[in-house]
Design a protein around this ligand. Structure first.
Ligand SMILES: [Zn+2]
Length: 98
């Protein structure tokens, strides 16, 4: 990976750590950078950003931050599902005993 790519990833991590990535809807996220604010749109499995860096390179720290957040949210949903399944199982076992 080149230096620019590593810089983008550490900036994306910083945006997430600082809570600067805000979900507006399923297809829109708001990213508050150090100086500017940007909107990241989700179009299918593609992400686009309003910043000049994205226009230039087709990738930026904002889309990396949003795609990471989406992956984390996916994992949280999975965790909820596992928890729900466990609660249902325990409830069924409890009903049998009662
Ligand atoms: Zn951007």
């Amino acid at each position: 990976m080149n230096g620019e790519g590593a810089g983008m990833i550490s900036k994306a991590a910083w945006l997430l750590q600082e809570g600067r990535v805000v979900r507006i809807s399923d297809v829109m996220y708001y990213v508050k950078g150090r100086k500017n604010r940007h909107i990241v749109r989700v179009e299918g499995d593609k992400l686009t950003c309003t910043c000049p860096g994205f226009k230039e390179r087709g990738v930026c720290s904002h889309v990396i931050a949003v795609s990471t957040l989406i992956k984390l949210e996916g994992r949280r949903e999975l965790l909820d599902e596992l928890l729900r399944a466990r609660i249902e199982r325990e409830l069924r076992a409890y009903m049998k005993r009662a």
